[in-house]
Write a protein that binds this ligand. Structure first.
Ligand code: PGA
Length: 252
């Protein structure tokens, strides 16, 4: 089955509102002709509104980097799904390894965010991936299946159609060390197989699995031609307009 590639830029805690608007004005001109790739940009919360405004009627969708599971309430510093929809944002990243590492997120809280998100039109990008010591001790598959089982707990096959999975080996994020295309493909195939066992072939063949971790224009081609890699979640390289455009063109 031919799956449409999806390239998402995760800006993390970078770019002010002014910088966001400068970037997007250049970016949208440079990719206006790109067809057949889903393009997503995930700026900080403060830049979401300007990003959505500047990408009206373009081929760029805007995503947030996190969302809380509650509709509203006493959760200082958090943002709810309805607040994102009010902007309106289209995607949201869930369970990024930096959220897990620095902000105490677990598969359980990822699952709460995911269930809440799926009651809305927001499309979740669910991040999973093993740490270096886990890979070195040969338990990558155990970690990945645990994250999928717990993070996707109680999610139905129907709901799986709205989810994007991002496989991001933690040792490859922001390190300049990329998984080889073979290493990435091996885990992507494993993930697709797990999804097949749990949800059946229709879901497993249509769900998109992005790779993330030091994706650059120079390695994008070989990663994106692997049969189970359906796109990329790009951190550092998405802050550079030309780099990001070139990665998107690789997907095309
Ligand atoms: P990186 O980040 O491309 O800078 O490694 C990827 C990510 O964290 O999503």
């Amino acid at each position: 089955m031919k799956r449409k590639k999806i390239i998402a830029g995760n800006w993390k805690m970078n770019h002010t509102v002014t910088e966001t608007s400068g970037f997007i004005n250049e970016f949208k001109r440079n990719i206006a002709d790109v067809d057949g790739v889903d393009i997503v940009l995930c700026p900080t919360f403060t830049s979401l509104q300007i990003a959505v405004d500047l990408t009206q009627n373009t081929n760029i969708a805007i995503g947030a980097q996190n969302v809380h599971w509650s509709k509203n309430g006493a959760f200082t510093g958090e943002i709810s799904p309805s607040m994102l929809l009010d902007i309106p944002v289209a995607y949201v990243i869930l369970g990024h390894s930096e959220r897990r590492q620095y902000f105490g997120e677990t598969d359980e809280t990822v699952n709460m965010r995911l269930k809440s998100t799926l009651t809305t039109p927001l499309k979740p990008i669910v991040c999973i991936g093993e740490k270096l010591d886990e890979r070195e001790s040969g338990i990558t598959e155990k970690i990945i299946s645990g994250q999928l089982n717990d993070g996707l707990k109680d999610i139905t096959a129907q709901q799986m159609n709205d989810i994007v999975i991002a496989y991001e080996p933690v040792w490859a994020i922001g390190t300049g060390v990329t998984a080889t295309p073979e290493q990435a493909q091996e885990v992507h195939a494993f993930i697709r197989n797990l999804i097949n066992e749990k949800y059946g072939v229709n879901v497993s063949e249509s769900i998109r699995i992005q790779y993330g971790g030091s994706v650059k224009s120079k390695n994008a081609d070989t990663l994106l031609t692997q049969s189970d890699i359906d796109g990329a979640l790009v951190g550092g390289a998405s802050l550079d307009c030309n780099e990001f455009v070139n990665i998107i063109r690789s997907a095309e």
